[in-house]
Every structure is written in structure tokens, then in C-alpha cells.
Design a protein around this ligand. Structure first.
Ligand code: A2P
Length: 278
């Protein structure tokens, strides 16, 4: 199965579907990551805040797949914001992951009340120049935060990872990212641990899935793919991991997309970027 590669502003590319790992612990993450790689995933998403980087590293080693075949993302949270704090943060994360670089390093939350995301970004620029982070990006940033980075720093983030699902569409943020060459990644793409059950039971999705002989989760992952988003569904179940990656041999029609658009909870739905979430 070939997974489309989405180009980043660094010249590298990112596999369009990856495996999410929140809220797995180390032992679970090792099993899930090994299974994910076995069924074809090459893109893995973790964060220091998830507390499972050691497990993700263990799963990668268990898979036997060469490091350079994989795209590994981690994120540094508030503890590592401020001038140079991210240096020790990334070194510790690399140690836990058992690798000497990440493909993508993200500022996990902007935390504007701390007002340290600009100095943190300058440190990220150094980590990128040193080759420890092949690409650098952000998570949960709004256009206002990105405007400030653009005014005060030199590198445009490669990625902005934000909460997106058919219920939480974030059109304004996505348009900003497109206009600035930033790839948008969707977290909680199936609705998240608490929301996936109800989102995937939506009659609109169930009907489309049954007509296409697919599952509602596949319809939702395919929806992200057709919007040009990079998507990281999480599943602890091997069959569902495989199912969530098997979305490249069918297509949603314009009518399907219009029906799915009715699930949107409105332009302002989604998490508050001012506080730290998972
Ligand atoms: P599980 O891990 O038991 O498979 P998100 O990716 O939006 O964070 O959603 C994750 C939630 O969606 C988890 O509770 C996960 O449960 C569930 N999930 C993942 N893939 C599927 C699937 N193909 N069908 C149904 N539920 C799924």
C-alpha cells in the first residue's frame, strides 16, 4: 500500500497518514507502534507530554524497519519553553526514543500568557540547523501566533498540528496555513478518545460507509485525506490500525463531502489554544 507523501517547506515530505499514540503508556505504545509499522505505517506521532516516547522507540526497534524509512514526530510542552530550554528537552526525548534525530519537532501549545513561544522557536531554529530536528513546526497555533513568529523569526513552521474532524473543521486556520505554505495536520481526527464513538455513529457517516462498503472511520480518514490534511488516527487495535490506513482505493464524491459538511459544529468549535491540553 502506497501512502501519499505531502511535501514540507524543508524539501522533505511527510506520509499523509500516520499513527497517533495518545493516551498510550510505554508498554502499550511499544505494541501499537510495532503493529502499526507491521501493517504499513511509516509515520509515528508522539510527544514528551504523552509520557510514551520510550515505548515508541521500543516499538520502532522491535519493528526492524530502518530508522530512515520512518517519519517520527515529537512535541515539547510548556516545561521546555523559553530560551534554550528546548535543547535539553529534545536531547532527553531523543534519548528516550533511541534515535539521534526527529523528522519533525513541534511546540506543543503556544501558551501565549507565558509569552515564550518566540524564544522557544528561535531555539527550535538552532536545533534544526544542528540537524537534530529535520523539520520544525507548531501545534495548536492560531493565525495570530503564526503572524508573530513570521514577524520576529526566520523559519516558517513546516507544520501546524491542530484539532480537526468533520465536527471541528477550522476553515480559517487551514486557509491561513495553505496561504503560508504550512502543512496542516489533524489531531483527534476521528473525534478523539471521548468523541469517536458518537462521531463515528453519525447516520451521515454510517450511510456513506455502508454505500461504499467501508467503515465510518475509513470515511472520516478519507475525508481528511481529500481535504489535503495530514492525519494521525490513533488505535490500539491492529485490525483498526490497518483499516485506518486502507483509505487509498476509494473516493468520497462531492455529494458525500457536502453531507459530511453538515456535521460541522461551527467555525469556533475546538480546543482553546491558550491552555495546555494533551
Ligand atoms: P481504539 O484505540 O480502541 O481503536 P482519534 O484518532 O480521533 O484520537 O480517535 C481515537 C479513538 O478512536 C480511540 O478511542 C480509538 O479506539 C477509536 N478508533 C480508532 N480507529 C477506529 C476505527 N477504525 N473504528 C472505530 N473506532 C476507532
Amino acid at each position: 500500500m502506497s501512502i501519499p507523501a505531502i511535501p514540507l517547506n524543508t524539501g522533505a515530505s511527510i506520509p499523509q497518514v500516520g499513527a497517533g499514540t495518545w493516551p498510550l503508556d510505554d508498554a502499550e505504545a511499544a505494541d501499537v507502534v510495532a503493529a502499526a509499522i507491521e501493517v504499513g505505517y511509516r509515520h509515528l506521532d508522539t510527544a514528551t507530554r504523552y509520557g510514551n516516547e520510550t515505548g515508541v522507540g521500543e516499538g520502532i526497534r522491535r519493528s526492524g524497519i530502518a530508522r530512515e524509512e520512518l517519519f517520527v514526530t515529537t512535541k515539547l510542552d510548556g516545561e521546555f519553553q523559553g530560551s534554550d530550554r528546548a535543547i535539553a528537552g529534545l536531547h532527553a526525548a531523543l534519548e528516550r526514543l533511541g534515535t539521534d534525530y526527529v523528522d519533525l519537532l513541534l511546540i506543543h501549545w503556544p501558551l501565549p500568557q507565558r509569552d515564550e513561544y518566540v524564544s522557544t522557536w528561535r531555539t527550535f531554529e538552532k536545533l534544526h540547523a544542528d540537524g537534530l530536528a529535520r523539520a520544525i513546526g507548531v501545534s495548536n497555533f492560531t493565525p495570530a501566533h503564526l503572524d508573530r513568529l513570521a514577524a520576529e523569526t526566520s523559519i516558517v513552521p513546516a507544520v501546524n498540528q491542530i484539532q480537526i474532524s468533520p465536527a471541528i473543521v477550522r476553515l480559517e486556520q487551514r486557509a491561513y496555513d495553505v496561504a503560508h505554505g504550512i502543512v496542516t495536520q489533524s489531531w483527534s481526527p476521528l473525534g478523539g478518545r471521548k468523541g469517536a464513538g458518537s462521531l463515528l455513529a453519525e447516520p451521515v457517516l454510517v450511510d456513506i460507509a455502508s454505500r461504499l462498503d467501508r467503515t465510518p472511520a475509513q470515511v472520516v480518514v478519507r475525508w481528511h485525506v481529500q481535504q489535503g490534511l495530514v492525519v494521525i488516527p490513533k488505535s490500539s487495535d491492529r485490525a483498526r490500525l490497518a483499516q485506518n490506513l486502507d483509505v487509498f482505493s476509494f473516493e468520497l464524491s462531492d455529494d458525500d463531502l457536502a453531507s459530511i459538511a453538515t456535521l460541522s459544529q461551527g467555525p469556533d468549535a475546538g480546543v482553546d489554544s491558550d491552555r495546555e491540553g494533551h
